[in-house]
Design a protein around this ligand. Structure first.
Ligand code: 5GP
Ligand code: ZN
Length: 130
């Protein structure tokens, strides 16, 4: 298994748990409403509340993992399930082409520390993250 090194400023880690203060755990459990567009056995896809593209859906595992590196180390099959769900959503909601973004760490723009892939598409996308 890959070693994951974290700086002291990293967010708290909740391996496999469902922390009650995690927004996306609460969406996954149905406690917080969301516009769910697709599901797979262990993941769900819902529209981002502040879309940055005509298609902007988030794919998340039901189980809590803080970011994509931790998910990849803990359960690579679940990460593959997220990619498959993203492909399915892009096919049903757009033309099948998509960008899949995992912001990882606050500097990258991660604000919710439950792993989520941004599925972006529905238009020709620009490339200006900085
Ligand atoms: P991050 O910045 O962590 O990569 O992405 C978090 C995303 O979650 C943002 O794009 C933000 O718009 C979205 N988001 C935050 N709160 C909610 C919410 O309550 N519901 C939904 N559907 N999306 C949310
Ligand atoms: Zn969570």
């Amino acid at each position: 298994m890959l070693a994951v090194h974290r700086s002291p400023s990293s967010p708290p880690v909740y391996p496999g748990a469902m922390p009650s203060d995690c927004l996306f755990c609460r969406i996954a459990s149905g406690e917080v409403p969301a516009d769910v567009v697709a599901r797979s056995p262990r993941a769900l896809a819902f529209r981002d509340i502040d879309p940055k593209a005509p298609l902007h859906v988030l794919v998340i595992p039901q189980e809590h993992h803080a970011d994509v590196t931790q998910l990849a180390a803990a359960d690579p099959a679940l990460l593959a399930e997220l990619v498959e769900l993203a492909d399915q959503v892009a096919g049903s909601e757009a033309d099948g082409q998509f960008r899949l973004v995992f912001n990882t760490g606050p500097t990258s723009g991660q604000s919710v520390f439950h792993v989520h892939g941004h599925v972006l598409g529905g238009a020709r996308l620009g490339w200006t993250p900085a």
